[in-house]
Design a protein around this ligand. Structure first.
Ligand code: GDP
Length: 472
């Protein structure tokens, strides 16, 4: 306190002695006493809550007039083996300008390509798992989801998961019907099957864009990029490049030669070497920025992915980062975040945020009208029966919203979807696998198991009317 007041500690201690309090440097005093002392020494006191530490750093709003168009950020999702990785590679390779560092690109977790002079950013980790894991940490990095479906196969469980994860995030889908080079390819079958999952492509009277591609032969990749740009135009994506940078960590690792290396996606403002940033509970002065071609760059603007060198340690994927004015501020925020994480972990020990009761009370206080649920069941019939019964329970004030339902046990991906959507998980005649159980424990998500529909409906009904007793 004496340091902050630029007073000698001995003067503060003398004052305290005069007031009958024997103290030595390093002793802890409460806020009330601190206010009395500061006022006594002629300072104006402003009381702030601890969370004010981050005020003016994260989620700083922009004036409409400062916003300029920015490139879209795209994630590729779909069932295993339908060609997500192949498509990401094909798009990247097709867009490497000849002669550019021998055509070698570097994997940094995201890359940018150009189509008709417009940039598009691709997140280089395919799949809805990474997408939703980041969302569970509060990051909203993706603007558009490319749903890859193999034309020689059909809509598969992870196709459906991808659809539901994208929908839960409110992210529009573009369908890439892949492997059209195969003789057994049947794109029309894919379109028809998607109807059942409420993905209506244009030729079926809907608004979802779809493109037939072959990642293997590089067919129609330009058409896919054009569809992305068209969708981006509809979304009217904008950001202010002329301000301090904020964004999201895509991935981070400890490199033996370079130290902590974090790939970040700049979402607002422009990031430059020399600036001090906080990322999750880590901070540091930006020593260098490296783009997806391995080149050092002088700045990174909205939607641009760059590697940041100079952080004290590795933040987690999905952590937000922001530029702060000085080291003291950076340290203060990172310490606050460490404390926050510790408190959260402690809170998890004592209760789970995903329990039906807690979510109901959350809904009540937030005035939300929907009760999000993830339902896993042993057979499609029972899931449909549950969905039907829950639908009947809905009232004017509150109704159950099924974020995702599928046949099979509860998986890790269900947990992160529940976490990101604030949903409860219901297992009907199925259990959770080990990874899912561990993830649920970490995230404080409660999974409820049932084997009688009546019990389930009863519990949800009680939760929805706020009557469920704390112990079941
Ligand atoms: P992911 O699991 O979705 O990432 O799928 P991959 O990209 O690993 O592809 C799975 C398999 O499908 C690989 O053997 C690819 O070579 C193959 N594959 C991917 N795209 C195409 C395509 O357009 N045509 C054909 N014939 N094979 C493809």
């Amino acid at each position: 306190l004496s340091q902050r007041m630029s007073e000698r500690a001995v003067d503060v201690i003398k004052y305290l002695m005069k007031e009958g309090q024997m103290m030595k440097p390093g002793d802890v005093i409460d806020a009330d006493l601190a206010e009395i002392i500061a006022t006594e020494f002629g300072h104006t006191v402003k009381r702030v809550s601890e969370s004010d530490v981050e005020e003016g750093i994260f989620d700083v709003a922009d004036e409409e007039g400062e916003l300029l168009p920015r490139p879209p950020v795209v994630t590729i999702m779909g069932h295993v083996d339908h060609g997500k990785t192949s498509l990401l590679d094909a798009i990247r390779n097709a867009n490497v300008v000849a002669g550019e560092a021998g055509g070698i690109t570097q994997h940094i977790g995201a890359y940018q390509v150009e189509q008709n002079g417009q940039k598009i950013t691709f997140i280089d980790t395919p799949g809805h798992a990474a997408f939703t894991a980041m969302r569970a940490r509060g990051a909203q990095a993706t603007d558009i989801a490319i749903l890859v479906v193999a034309a020689d196969d059909s809509v598969m469980p992870q196709t459906i998961e991808s659809i539901n994860h994208a929908k839960a995030a409110g992210v529009p889908i573009i369908v890439a019907i892949n492997k059209i080079d195969k003789p057994t390819a049947n794109p029309q079958k894919v379109r028809t099957e998607l109807l059942q999952h409420e993905v209506f492509v244009e030729s079926m009277g809907g608004e979802v864009l779809d493109v037939e591609v072959s990642a293997k032969n590089g067919t129609n990749l330009d058409k896919l990029l054009e569809a992305i740009l068209l969708q981006a135009e509809i979304l009217d994506l904008k950001a202010n490049p002329n301000r301090t940078a904020e964004g999201t960590v895509i991935e981070a690792e400890l490199d033996r030669g370079r130290g902590a290396v974090a790939t970040v996606l700049v979402q607002k403002g422009t990031l430059r070497p020399g600036q001090i940033i906080v990322a999750g509970d880590q901070w540091g002065r930006v020593r260098a920025l490296v783009n997806d071609k391995g080149d050092h760059v002088k700045e990174a603007g909205p939607a641009m992915p760059v590697e940041v060198l100079g952080l004290s340690g590795t933040p987690a994927a999905g952590d937000k980062f922001a530029v702060v004015e000085n080291e003291a501020r950076a340290r203060e925020i990172s310490e606050y975040r460490l404390r926050l994480a510790r408190d959260k972990a402690a809170a998890r020990q004592s209760g789970s945020r995903g329990s039906l009761e807690q979510m109901m009370s959350q809904l009540q206080t937030s005035g939300m009208k929907e009760f999000p649920l993830v339902i896993k069941g042993d057979v499609q019939g029972s899931i449909e029966a549950i969905a039907g019964a829950l639908d009947k329970l809905g009232t004017e004030e509150v109704r159950a919203r099924i974020v995702h339902s599928a046949v099979g046990g509860v998986t890790e991906s269900d947990i992160s979807l529940a976490e990101a959507s604030n949903a409860a998980i219901i297992g009907f005649n199925v259990r959770a696998n080990t990874q899912a159980r561990q993830a649920a424990e970490r995230g404080g998500i409660e999974i409820r198991y049932y084997n009688i529909i009546y019990d389930l409906v009863d519990d949800v009904k009680a939760a929805m009317s706020g009557l469920l007793s704390p112990e079941r």
